[in-house]
Design a protein around this ligand. Structure first.
Ligand SMILES: CC(C)(COP(=O)(O)OP(=O)(O)OC[C@H]1O[C@@H](n2cnc3c(N)ncnc32)[C@H](O)[C@@H]1OP(=O)(O)O)[C@@H](O)C(=O)NCCC(=O)NCCS
Length: 183
């Protein structure tokens, strides 16, 4: 099936393309890096075929999101390389909330790309009249919280992620923080 051009966004150093099945290999690679997945699921990854099936399900789910929302693959404007992804999506843990999420290859950490990309999602939300966004992460994921703070989001509540997020983590390890921003 041909891949038709999908929606894009632009910012100073980055361009964004709504994710589709043509990114499957990129996503499998990103989601199988233990460092990238450390604070997501303890750094484990499924066998490649299982991961492909799960990712295709995830892509299908996105078809049901309202069009203002989406997962965008983030590329360098300089050389076109895909660096990671950023999302504006219905939250899984806080029903009714719109969540900003991000995940980047480790070699692109420490350059401000996550903050630039998440800032672009906030600008998109504002432009498309979404009134409030949230972001959440483990208390231990300081890098992710730094991004939230730099975006002007403020700490709203502390909570504990459910056990299914990672069977090996105890309750202390599952402590989370929820940040929010009113537009
Ligand atoms: C969370 C994550 C996206 C944060 O990445 P990050 O690289 O720390 O965040 P940024 O890209 O915004 O970079 C910020 C850093 O770049 C530095 N930086 C360098 N050049 C910069 C520039 N031109 N502009 C802004 N910051 C710049 C900042 O000083 C900051 O450095 P510091 O970490 O030493 O304070 C990344 O760690 C990741 O993908 N982790 C795996 C997935 C994950 O945990 N996602 C969140 C789950 S909720």
């Amino acid at each position: 099936m041909p891949n038709f051009p999908t929606e894009t966004e632009l910012s100073a150093r980055l361009w964004y393309q709504k994710v589709d099945a043509s990114y499957l290999a990129f996503l499998c690679d990103l989601h199988s890096d233990p460092d990238v997945m450390h604070f997501i699921n303890g750094g484990t990854s499924s066998p490649i075929e299982t991961m492909r099936v799960q990712l295709l399900e995830w892509l299908n789910t996105q078809q049901k999101w309202e069009p203002r929302l989406g997962c965008f693959v983030v590329h360098s404007r300089e050389n076109g390389v895909a660096l990671g992804w950023v999302t504006l999506k219905p939250d899984r843990f806080f029903p009714g909330e719109v969540e900003i999420g991000y995940r980047f290859h480790k070699r692109f950490w420490g350059q401000g790309v996550a903050t630039e990309a998440a800032g672009t999602m906030i600008a998109r939300a504002r432009r498309l009249k979404i009134e409030r966004v949230i972001a959440h992460t483990l208390e231990r994921n300081v890098r992710s919280q730094n991004v939230m703070s730099k975006l002007g989001m403020t700490l709203e509540e502390q909570f504990v992620y459910p056990q299914w997020v990672c069977e090996q983590w105890d309750e202390t390890e599952r402590r989370g923080v929820k940040y929010s921003l009113l537009m």
